[in-house]
Write a protein that binds this ligand. Structure first.
Ligand code: LCS
Length: 397
């Protein structure tokens, strides 16, 4: 059976593991080794030269990490993948491989706060400069093309975006990227490959914080880039080998384990989030709910086009502004007050003072991140229990 023909529900369980003919382990072992023996000096020299195939040293490659990379490439419809120590390592690997001083790049203005700090502060320190487009500006191809010039090295969008759940049209951005022969990178962290396949929609590369839905259990940090063989080799040679942010084999094994339940978890996260978003919409103290599955969401039609379901992330604003939000955060029992997302546990946090505190007040306003916005990562608990906790928290205000 051709493995690519299998449904994603099956692929997340099976994927790429070849059972070892002697040990016959159903689950792959963890190759906890920093280095690998060469059978003789000529073979060792051949691996370094690229004329022989094999492993050298776990900063460069490792069998457990390779297995995870193969599985991510399969799920994201890419040729190859590079796993990294964190999502930020994956994004910086891409940015620094694709650009050099004097270059620029185009990005959505609404991204994870760490990504924003990299784009706004650290890359400009190397004279690699961002051109940000707000989610509204990003809907019009004229605006995107207006900021591209001969020094633009990549386009970067996060969709759904953190923390406002804004939706960027992947096919629209991919058409422009192809026209200008510039790679389009999509941060697919919020959707996961189960709900959205950016490469199938025309993107060149996908990046993930695997810390989130890929792992799914809130117990480890990691990242991955998926794309062509040529591009992944370039990232390995230009960045991974000598900057060194490799993923550990143990973490790769945890991500492989997490992936097996990705389909089930994403269905449950999405169904619960839609139910909770609809419920929040009719609460008197809630003024606005941000969830791409709601008909009232600005990006709903695009989300319907490019996502299987709408994911487990939502955000909302309260009539009492941030003070009411703070009161809610301090009066919850089931939902944990914590950053990160995509875990079994429901997590709640305040972007303006937490995940997106790297934005100035003005930058936040432009990106649509209000001071009163509360972000919820809907977990795998029963949705009625989550709503009861939120209701009690809202009523205590
Ligand atoms: N991309 C997105 C969309 C993210 O949400 C995050 C982290 C990253 C990349 C970076 O990945 P990391 O290095 O943390 O693995 N987002 C976080 C958040 O919203 N709260 O805590 C971390």
């Amino acid at each position: 059976m051709a493995i690519k023909k299998l449904s994603k529900d099956t692929l997340v369980v099976h994927g790429t593991h070849t059972v070892h003919t002697i040990s016959m382990d159903l689950v792959p072992p963890i190759h906890m080794t920093s280095t690998f023996k060469f059978k003789d000096a000529e073979f060792g020299a051949g691996i370094f030269k690229g004329t022989e195939k094999g492993f050298i040293y776990s900063r460069l490659s490792n069998p457990t990490v390779s297995l995870f990379q193969e599985k991510m490439a399969l799920l994201e419809d890419g040729e190859d993948a590079v796993a990294t120590a964190s999502g930020m390592a994956a994004i910086s690997a891409l940015a620094l491989t694709l650009s050099k001083p004097g270059d620029n790049f185009v990005a959505g203005s609404t991204v994870y706060g760490g990504t924003f700090a990299l784009f706004k502060k650290h890359l400009p320190a190397l004279n690699i400069n961002p051109r940000f487009l707000t989610p509204i500006e990003a809907c019009n191809p004229v605006n995107i093309e207006a900021v591209i010039d001969q020094h633009t090295r990549f386009l970067f969008i996060e969709t759904p975006a953190n923390p406002t759940l804004d939706i960027f049209d992947i096919e629209l951005w991919a058409r422009i990227a192809q026209k200008h022969k510039i790679p389009l990178i999509v941060d697919n962290t919020f959707a996961s490959p189960y709900l959205q396949e950016p490469i199938s929609l025309g993107a060149d590369m996908v990046v993930h914080s695997t810390t989130k839905y890929i792992g799914g259990h809130g117990d480890t940090i990691g990242g991955v880039v998926v794309g062509s063989f040529q591009m992944m080799n370039q990232i390995r040679e230009q960045y991974m080998s000598h900057f060194g942010p490799a993923m550990s084999p143990f973490n790769a094994w945890l991500f492989l384990r997490g992936l097996k339940t990705l389909a089930l978890r994403m269905q449950r996260h999405s169904d619960s989030a839609l139910k909770i978003a609809r419920w929040l919409e009719i609460q008197s103290k809630v003024t606005k709910v941000f969830y791409p599955g709601l008909e009232s969401h600005q990006g709903h039609q695009t989300a319907r086009k490019q996502m299987k379901k709408f994911g487990g992330m939502l955000a909302f604003e309260l009539s009492g502004g941030f003070n009411a939000g703070q009161h809610l955060l301090n009066n919850l029992k089931l939902c944990s007050l914590a950053v990160s997302l995509g875990d079994c546990e429901t997590l709640i946090q305040h972007p303006a003072s937490m995940t997106h505190s790297t934005y100035s007040e003005e930058e936040r306003k432009k990106a649509g991140i209000s001071d009163g916005l509360i972000r919820l990562s809907v977990g795998l608990e029963h949705p009625d229990d989550i709503m009861e906790d939120l209701e009690e928290g809202l009523n205590s205000a």
